[in-house]
Ligand binder design. Structure first.
Ligand SMILES: Nc1ncnc2c1ncn2[C@@H]1O[C@H](COP(=O)(O)OP(=O)(O)OP(=O)(O)O)[C@@H](O)[C@H]1O
Length: 580
């Protein structure tokens, strides 16, 4: 283990030690179980030497009772140890997972550029699981095993040095078997799990992409992929079976070799009268108590590398400094005036996406951002939401630099309707209530009626109580956006940002969405990212963005008359040319 691995483990152990009480129970029961484990062979030797062989049967009952007691104690301590190790491990796991999850929730958006959802899920679920298995259950179990090994050796040494030495001769063999075959068995297990994951991803892909598969007639191809993954899984499991079949019998043989040696040598010594029969019997029992602990210690060593890698991935997330800064003053209300003052912005260093934007949006006005795809419209909206701060220049809200205002309070006053609506698990009602937990069901219905969304929600199988998952499949992009509009309305914000999705909406829904948008915009500073330029007839001002710069701005009619950039975009869209 190198220095950095050692510091990782020390840090983890320091953090894990917070549950001292549970840990104390685990340690006490581990010691108790190890002692009880040692006591039974010793009692057996006493029973044979002092009572059975001399024919003193009077006290044999007491020894038998004591023997039984050690077995009960072993059972009791094992139960305690197993249960409290789990309690301790689950406690550590829960804390680690919540810290990771909190980190994800508090991270800023740059954080998510480097880490995909799958990667984060794997760190929060799998890596913490590995850490728990190896570094908590594994280490505690390994500690118990080491204690048992040392205890057995000490007990043997107390009884007889010569027999101890011959008993230990098979230990290297056991270590070798545990290391070689045990290692192969664990690798085969891991491979089998990877193959199963492959099958599930084939199924997932074929369900998610069923339409594309059908459209391209690729059913056969997917089927072949599936049966190949199945075949490989079977192969992997058969390999596991082979190694399992080899491993334990080999461990038993190695351990029985000691027993044979003890019987032969111990028998000879007993015959000479230098050890008692009872001691030989005790050694036969001790000789068989090596294989479990040796296997556990070796397998722990084996899995330590993967646990360290998992721990490293966990700490990498926990130590990430890309967190959202929620400091700044709280605003209860926004006047609705927004100004971009020489704003430059880059997602990646050296690649500016906004280049010196100067833009003033007066309170209560309606502005449309238009431009080709990739021009920077969404980025402007992202900066207003303070998902990011400008690389240079500032965004001002009623004359105050956004950096001085708390992000949370700012976002409370801005309604954002993104192009794609995310529906959380739960009902449609829950999904709208998210915007304002203080609102009631009646408020939701009122807002939906106001926006003209109520009738279409009522047409869903269970109306407002329809589950989002089911609704998600039934709803079109535009219909989902209507739910998003209702959400925004319920929040009753001072500023509204709409990324309209009308380009992918049928004419009937388009009408509904457009009317709902106009309703929502009433009396609020509104910024529309317009893909369908028809909507610009409802705004006061159009801002044409091109390659991160504002190239034209003014009232829509004036711009159309001027026959400049906006006019060209407008007419090219009317003539059916692709804009997005
Ligand atoms: N998270 C990001 N990381 C890096 N680059 C990004 C990121 N988001 C957007 N960009 C880049 O910034 C530029 C502007 O993107 P933006 O989404 O603001 O354009 P847009 O005008 O809204 O386009 P669209 O109409 O397609 O939504 C594009 O070149 C895009 O590739």
């Amino acid at each position: 283990m190198n220095e950095s691995s050692l510091s990782l483990v020390t840090r983890f152990v320091r953090e894990a030690l917070s549950e001292r009480k549970t840990l104390a129970i685990v340690v006490a029961s581990t010691v108790g179980s190890a002692l009880a484990n040692l006591a039974s062979p010793y009692l057996l030797s006493v029973a044979i030497d002092r009572y059975i062989l001399p024919g003193r049967y009077g006290k044999l009952g007491l020894i038998a009772a004591l023997y039984l007691l050690t077995l009960v104690a072993q059972w009791f301590f094992m139960v305690l140890q197993t249960y409290y190790t789990e309690v301790f491990g689950q406690g550590v796991l829960r804390r680690l997972r919540s810290r990771l999850h909190e980190k994800v929730l508090s991270a800023n958006l740059d954080f998510f550029k480097e880490k995909s959802a799958g990667d984060l899920v794997s760190r929060i679920i799998n890596d913490t699981g590995v850490v728990n298995d190896v570094l908590v259950s594994g280490l505690l179990g390994g500690l118990g095993s080491l204690l048992s090994l040392v205890g057995v050796i000490v007990a043997m040494l107390i009884l007889d040095l010569r027999l101890t030495l011959v008993t230990l001769t098979s230990v290297p063999l056991m270590v070798a078997v545990a290391y070689y075959f045990g290692g192969k068995m664990r690798k085969a297990h891991l491979e089998a799990r990877t193959k199963i994951a492959r099958i599930s991803s084939v199924v997932e892909e074929s369900v998610a992409g069923i339409e594309t598969i059908r459209a391209f007639g690729k059913e056969g191809h997917v089927e072949k992929e599936f049966s190949e993954a199945s075949r490989e899984t079977i192969k992997a499991y058969l390999r596991v079976a082979v190694y399992m079949g080899l491993f334990w019998p080999l461990m038993n043989i190695a351990s029985l070799l000691s027993v044979v040696v003890v019987i032969a040598y111990g028998g000879y010594l007993a015959h000479q009268g230098s050890v008692s029969i009872g001691v030989v019997v005790a050694f036969i029992q001790y000789a068989q108590r090596f294989r479990g602990p040796i296997n556990e210690v070796v397998s722990l060593y084996d899995s330590l590398q993967s646990a360290l890698a998992a721990l490293e991935r966990i700490y990498e997330v926990l130590d990430d400094e890309l967190v959202e800064d929620y400091s700044g003053k709280t605003v209860e209300k926004l006047g609705g005036e927004i100004e971009f003052r020489n704003v430059w912005f880059e997602y990646e260093k050296g690649r500016p996406v906004l280049k010196g934007i100067n833009l003033s949006i007066s309170s209560g006005s309606r502005v449309a951002l238009v431009g080709r795809t990739g021009a920077g419209k969404t980025t402007i909206a992202n900066l207003i939401m303070r998902f990011y701060d400008p690389t240079e220049g500032s965004v001002l809200y009623d004359g105050t630099d956004g950096r001085e205002i708390s992000r949370k309070s700012l976002r409370m006053r801005i309604g954002y309707v993104p192009q794609e609506t995310y529906l959380f698990p739960g009902t449609i009602m829950d999904n709208i209530l998210i915007a304002n937990p203080k609102a009631s069901g009646d408020d939701v219905v009122r807002v939906c009626r106001e926006l003209g969304v109520h009738d279409f929600i009522m047409r869903l199988p269970q109306g407002y109580e329809t589950q989002a998952g089911e609704a998600g499949k039934l709803l079109s992009v535009g219909e989902k956006q209507l739910i998003s509009l209702a959400r925004a309305m319920l929040k009753d914000p001072d500023v509204i940002i709409l990324d309209e999705a009308l380009s992918s909406v049928d004419p009937k829904t388009e009408r509904l969405v457009q009317d709902a948008m106009l309703k929502l915009m009433e009396g609020r500073t509104s910024i529309i990212i317009a893909h369908r330029l028809g909507i610009t007839r409802f705004v006061d001002r159009v801002i044409v963005v091109e390659d991160g710069e504002i190239v034209e701005e003014g009232p829509p009619e004036a711009l159309l008359e001027r026959k400049g950039r906006f006019y060209r975009l407008y007419t090219s869209q009317l003539s059916g040319a692709e804009m997005d």
